[in-house]
Design a protein around this ligand. Structure first.
Ligand code: PLP
Length: 319
C-alpha cells in the first residue's frame, strides 16, 4: 500500500522554495495519490472533499453565481436537495425535472444522478450533453466500474466516496472528477482557499477501497440481481426498483408499519442508513424523506455476504 502521510506541513527545498507539498490545505501526498487513482478510473481530473455533500457545496459555489439555477433530477438523493436549500439564501435557485428526458432551458447547471437513490432511474445523458449548461452526474451508485459519465459528455462526476469507492463504512469522503483540467485547477484553488479539504486518513482508506472496487461491485451486482428477481416474485412485495446493474435496489411493502417490521426483523442485514459497503444495509426511507417516497419503500444496499444467506434473511423478515 501507498504510505499514509498525515503531516500538515513539509519543508521548503534547499533554496527555500516551495516543493509540491508544503501545507496540507493546498494539497497532500496521500490525498493526491487517491485523486490520481480515482481520476484514472473515471477518465478525468479527480479532487477529493470531506464528504459527498461537501463536494456538492464546493462545486456549486465554485462554478455558479448568485441568481443561477440548477436543474436537478427529481427523485434523486434527498440530501442533495437539502444542500441546495442551504445555499438558497446565497441566491441559488433549483428546478426539478424528469432526468429520463431533456433538461429545461434557461438553467446554468444540470444535476443528474446515475441511478437515482432510491428510485433507481437512469438519466438521458445524451439529451443532457446537448444542453448548453455544464452537466454534473452524481454516479455514486453506478461507480466508474459501471458508468464513466465523462465519456458520455458530462463535465463533472460527483461521488459520495463514502459509499462504494471506499466501500467499508469507515470513511466519509466526496469527490468531483472534472473533464477539463483548467476547470479542475480553478476548483482546486477554490478548495484550498475555502478549506473544504479531505483528510489524508480518509484518502488512504479510499486508496485501499479502490483496489477491490471492481471485485466488490461485480459481486454486489450479481447478488442484487438475484435478490431483485426473487423479491419480484414475493407476494408481500409490491414494486421492485433495480436498474439491472450495481448493488442498490428498493422495493415497496404494503405500508409504513410493514416496512418498519421488515427492517427491524432482519438478522444479517443491518438496519442502518448509507449504502455501498461490504455489509448489507436495509432501511425504510420514509423516516428521512417523508412523503417524498411511498410509505412502504425499503432501500436495500447489497453487501458481500452469501446470496442465499441474504435471501433467507429477507424471506424470514418479509414473512
Ligand atoms: N449522493 C448520493 C447519491 C448519496 O447517496 C449520498 C449520501 O448518501 C451523497 C451524495 C452525499 O454523500 P455524503 O454522505 O458522503 O456527504
Amino acid at each position: 500500500m501507498e504510505p499514509l502521510d498525515r503531516s500538515t506541513r513539509w519543508p521548503y527545498d534547499e533554496q527555500g522554495e516551495l516543493r509540491e507539498f508544503h501545507y496540507q490545505r493546498f494539497g497532500s501526498p496521500t490525498v493526491a495519490a487517491a485523486e490520481e487513482a480515482l481520476g484514472e478510473l473515471d477518465g478525468g481530473t479527480a479532487l477529493l472533499f470531506p464528504s459527498g455533500a461537501g463536494a456538492t457545496t464546493a462545486l456549486v459555489l465554485s462554478v455558479l453565481a448568485p441568481g443561477d439555477t440548477i436543474a436537478v433530477a427529481e427523485g434523486g438523493y434527498y440530501g442533495t436537495g437539502l444542500t441546495f436549500a442551504a445555499l438558497a439564501h446565497w441566491g441559488l435557485r433549483v428546478v426539478e425535472f424528469d432526468q429520463t428526458g431533456a433538461p429545461p432551458d434557461g438553467v446554468q447547471l444540470i444535476w443528474l444522478e446515475a441511478p437515482t437513490n432510491p428510485y433507481l432511474t437512469m438519466p438521458d445523458l445524451e439529451a443532457a450533453a446537448a444542453h448548453p449548461a455544464p452537466v454534473v452526474v452524481d454516479a455514486t451508485v453506478a461507480t466508474p466500474i459501471q458508468l464513466r459519465p465523462l465519456e458520455h459528455g458530462a463535465d463533472f462526476v460527483l461521488h459520495s466516496a463514502t459509499k462504494y469507492l471506499a466501500g467499508h463504512d469507515d470513511a466519509l469522503l466526496g469527490a468531483i472528477v472534472c473533464r477539463d483540467a483548467t476547470t479542475a485547477d480553478e476548483l482546486r484553488t477554490f478548495r484550498s482557499n475555502t478549506g473544504i479539504v479531505a483528510a489524508p486518513d480518509a484518502a488512504w482508506l479510499l486508496l485501499r477501497g479502490l483496489k477491490t472496487l471492481e471485485l466488490r461491485v461485480k459481486r454486489q451486482a450479481e447478488t442484487a440481481a438475484l435478490l431483485a428477481e426473487r423479491l419480484r416474485a414475493h407476494p408481500a412485495v409490491e414494486t421492485v426498483r433495480y436498474p439491472g446493474f450495481g448493488g442498490l435496489l428498493s422495493f415497496d411493502v404494503a405500508d409504513a408499519e410493514t416496512a418498519r417490521k421488515v427492517e427491524t426483523s432482519t438478522r444479517v442485514i443491518v438496519n442502518a442508513t448509507s449504502l455501498g459497503g461490504v455489509m448489507s444495509l436495509i432501511e425504510s426511507r420514509a423516516r428521512w424523506e417523508g412523503e417524498r417516497v411511498p410509505p412502504g419503500l425499503l432501500r436495500l444496499s447489497v453487501g458481500l455476504e452469501d446470496s442465499e444467506t441474504l435471501w433467507a434473511d429477507l424471506e424470514q423478515a418479509l414473512g
